[in-house]
Design a protein around this ligand. Structure first.
Ligand SMILES: [Mg+2]
Length: 224
């Protein structure tokens, strides 16, 4: 628990105002305790998200949402396995389910954003450009989600710098975009080039040069 709180405090100290905590591995009691500890450690203006990566079945998900509701989460991501769109839709509308917004990630990669919107299975969709066929398709999906009243969130597939920069552009092209999961470069041991838009105090400055980032990736060409 302390490690999660310490990591959350470090992130907030360095300028982040939206944090995501992974849940679903330790059991509901431990997750609820951990998230409560993080909630109590950070200011109320810091937004908290939880990501279960499809770990729960329907009954466990209902119980988990009930336990996590008092923590004031922005949403719980992928509470059920990717294939269970009906289950996710039921979690959103069931009278006995607490009002915790549901985001879907793996379900979008597996079924496409249109199936998720059609099933009314999510309050937010997590869009990974490299899993959706590229930045143009990810942006189109984001705009369709917005039109359906569903919040698009852009994140990476822990990409190297080229695809990460493309994800930054996708996020920047979404009107009033919600906090996105773009600060993933530090998860890599090495990268292909210097980052043209590094995260600074929780923010990313979008490159304004032509192309992805002007000539930042020119050295990556493998002509001949
Ligand atoms: Mg996720």
């Amino acid at each position: 628990m302390n490690a999660t709180v310490a990591a959350a405090e470090r992130a907030v100290d360095s300028g982040f105002d939206c944090l995501k905590v992974k849940v679903g591995v330790r059991g509901i009691d431990a997750d609820a305790e951990r998230l409560r500890a993080v909630r109590d450690a950070v200011e109320s203006g810091v937004s908290l998200r939880a990501d279960a990566n499809g770990a729960w079945d329907r009954e466990t998900a209902r119980e988990a949402l009930a336990r996590l509701a008092p923590v004031d989460l922005a949403y719980v991501e992928q509470p059920l396995p990717a294939g269970d769109l009906d289950g996710a839709a039921a979690l959103r509308r069931a009278d006995e389910t607490p009002d915790v917004p549901i985001a879907l990630d793996e379900s979008v990669a597996a079924h496409g954003v249109d199936a998720v919107l059609e099933a009314r299975a999510a309050d937010a969709v997590v869009l990974k450009p490299m899993a959706l066929g590229g930045p143009d398709r990810a942006l189109a999906a984001a705009l369709r989600a917005l039109a359906a009243g569903v919040e698009p969130i852009v994140t990476t597939t822990v990409d190297a710098v080229v695809a990460r920069t493309a994800a930054v552009h996708v996020a920047a092209a979404i009107p009033d975009v919600a906090p996105c999961g773009l600060a993933t470069g530090s998860l890599l041991r090495e990268d292909l080039a210097a980052d043209p838009c590094p995260v600074d105090a929780g923010r990313v400055a979008v490159p304004t040069a032509p192309g992805l980032a002007g000539g930042a990736f020119d050295d990556l060409r493998t002509d001949g």
